[in-house]
Design a protein around this ligand. Structure first.
Ligand code: C5P
Length: 277
């Protein structure tokens, strides 16, 4: 039996480049794993005719629409194994938050199944397989810091950044990723050069931006007020993560009382090659 952390991610910057003919968007983003984690327990279900999957959160489906089950089915297809698995997912990462919780669960499941079956696939094979079930899955098979392009599945692995303490704020209301992408207006994109942004991060003078903030604010106007409230509280950097609705804040501010939000303390998380987070 394996018991593994399944971490969340934030996007330190997120630049949307263009809409592609297949409906996805070309992006360029610096992804960072953080120590806000779910936990996944997995074992081979000896003598079972089917997978057994339970989840601590009763609002999450446990059928084949769950990315954990998609990952199990993908792994069986790719490796021709007929083994069945028993899996329990203990959720802590909020949903519809832009924190990649479902994608992380899928990546963690792929890594765990590979370990249980003898490590026959390489981490880069797992990463390529993961992109078939979600744009963010590949990232979680990196070391925890990566510059991601394409749909998000093309990775430039980076050395860990200087660790930063941060707050994650998740409003009770979530946001649907396709809905936020659907509100994107080309004229509202930042036009920033993502490679320059990456170079600034690597040289220790980060600038945080997210081209999905404006579309998310138009879906949920309360988010713009929340961002201002966090800036007024003295945080130097306040940014929505991914397609929202969560924010992360860094710097010396004092967390104000926030209505209808969950607040988490977190820090950057990285892993070494061949060990999980
Ligand atoms: O790949 P994934 O299933 O996570 O994507 C969910 C949805 O997010 C897609 O159906 C698409 O609407 C949107 N998306 C996008 N461009 C990306 C990633 C996601 O438009 N690069």
């Amino acid at each position: 039996m394996l018991s593994l952390k399944s971490p969340a991610k934030i996007n330190l910057f997120l630049r949307i480049i263009r809409r592609r003919p297949d409906g996805y968007h070309e992006l360029a983003s610096l992804f960072q794993a953080i120590d806000l984690c779910d936990e996944i327990r997995i074992a081979v279900a000896e003598d079972s005719a089917h997978d057994l999957f339970t989840c601590s959160d009763p609002t999450l489906p446990t059928d084949s629409s769950n990315l954990v089950i998609k990952a199990v089915e993908l792994f069986r297809r790719k490796t021709n194994t007929t083994k069945k698995f028993s899996i329990h997912l203990k959720k802590q990462i909020p949903q519809q938050a832009g924190l990649g919780g479902g994608s992380s669960n899928a990546a963690t499941t792929l890594w765990a199944l590979n370990a249980l079956c003898g490590h026959h696939a390489t981490e880069s094979e797992l990463s390529a397989w993961g992109s078939e079930i979600g744009s963010d899955v590949s990232f979680f098979l990196s070391n925890g810091t990566a510059y991601c392009t394409g749909r998000g599945e093309i990775l430039l692995p980076l050395d860990p950044l200087k660790n930063s303490a941060l707050w994650v704020i998740k409003p009770h209301e979530g946001l649907s990723t396709p809905q936020v992408y659907g509100k994107l207006k080309v004229e509202e994109l930042s036009g920033r050069d993502p490679e320059e942004a990456l170079a600034s991060f690597l040289s220790g003078s980060p600038t945080y931006f997210n081209d999905l903030e404006q579309p998310a604010f138009s879906v949920m106007p309360r988010l713009a007020l929340l961002k201002q409230q966090l800036l007024d509280a003295g945080f130097s950097d306040v940014l929505m993560s991914g397609s929202g609705s969560s924010f992360f804040c860094m710097g010396d501010g004092a967390m104000p009382p926030l209505s209808r939000c969950k607040v988490f303390k977190a820090q950057f998380l990285n892993r070494s090659c061949h060990t999980w987070y």
